[in-house]
Design a protein around this ligand. Structure first.
Ligand code: PLP
Length: 310
């Protein structure tokens, strides 16, 4: 990891000033070109010298940031990788699939019904029968080793005592669980903003399960917030926010970090952050995924009529 390439970026938008808060972004995406953001931590348990001899296998969608980073890690660490991909193979391989193949990842596309059974022992056995022994990394790296590795994110945060709220994009909740369990006695409150449009109690259960699976107790001091849009969906507001951030030198990915920023914006507009709050938003990487959504962003953004409350 290139820790000296991580930096803080101040988001000097009038909306924050109007509500009396400051927002900085911790550019963890700069940790590495390919194994960036939270992936640098989540995949660390398999990095040399702990890289196993047998292939690393994991799951994800065709545009999965996790599979992309795993393929890059496998190529760099000299271990073969398998990506079990949700859904039919696209008629022509898009940029992400091309990347995975170029980095040497072997792909197996499975229908959504079978994908839902990916955690079942019978499915694992059928995979073994087809491809031999492998080291399984659960979808999104949501396993104890990755969660514990995410505790180390704290050591990349400058001015540890300064932050009132730490905002983190959430998928499986593994990264957030690592941050929660690594928080220690710091006063910083954690806010996980999900890419999923499910209920807050369901999100809370996900995080508690991740903590329990990693053998960590729940010290409290955290909240979760669902996405306002279903997973992967985009609308004019998000597309405009994406373009505004990019124009100001903050590239975000539409599935995770853009939603985290949007969720924060909603909170602030609802007056839910006390005046004087110092907010730190983690940039968890995933920028490769932008390529899959750029055309839609460019189509949706000009059609957006509403005011952009920035
Ligand atoms: C860029 C980015 N940020 C955040 C997340 C969410 O991470 P987690 O699954 O640990 O909640 C992901 C998911 O893989 C991601 O790709």
């Amino acid at each position: 990891m290139q820790s000296d390439s991580v930096y803080l970026q101040r988001l000097s938008w009038p909306v924050w000033q109007k509500h009396g808060i400051t927002v900085d972004v911790l550019r963890l995406d700069r940790l590495d070109e390919l194994i960036s953001g939270n992936k640098a931590f989540k995949l660390q348990p398999w990095s040399p010298p702990n890289t196993p001899q047998r292939p690393l296998l994991s799951f994800g969608g065709a545009w999965s940031n996790h599979l992309h980073a795993l393929a890059a890690a496998g190529q760099r660490w000299g271990v073969s990788t398998w990506g079990i991909v949700r859904g039919e193979p696209p008629a022509t391989a898009h940029a992400a699939i091309q990347d995975l193949e170029r980095m040497g990842m072997q792909l197996m596309f499975i229908d959504r019904e079978t994908y839902r059974r990916r955690e079942e022992p019978a499915f694992r056995l059928s995979l073994q029968a087809q491809i031999g022994e492998f080291e399984l990394i659960p979808e999104g790296g949501n396993c104890p080793a990755s969660i514990l590795a995410c505790q180390q994110i704290w050591s990349f945060i400058p001015d540890q005592e300064k932050w009132d709220v730490l905002v983190c994009a959430m998928g499986t909740g593994a990264t957030l669980a690592g941050l929660i369990s690594g928080r220690g006695s710091r006063k910083t409150q954690l806010l996980g903003i999900s890419s999923l449009k499910i209920s807050t109690p369901e999100l809370e259960v996900m995080v508690r399960l991740a903590l329990a699976r990693a053998g960590q107790s729940d010290p409290g001091g955290w909240q979760v917030q669902p996405s306002t849009l279903r997973y992967g969906a985009l609308n004019g507001h998000l597309a405009s926010l994406f373009q505004r951030s990019e124009a100001l030198g903050l590239p975000l990915d539409p599935i995770y970090t853009l939603r985290a920023l949007d969720g924060l914006l909603h909170r602030v507009l609802a007056g839910e952050l006390p005046v004087g709050s110092k907010v730190l938003l983690l940039h968890t990487g995933g920028l490769q995924g932008v390529r899959g959504q750029r055309a839609r962003i460019e189509c949706l953004s000009p059609a957006f009529q509403g005011p952009m409350p920035l």
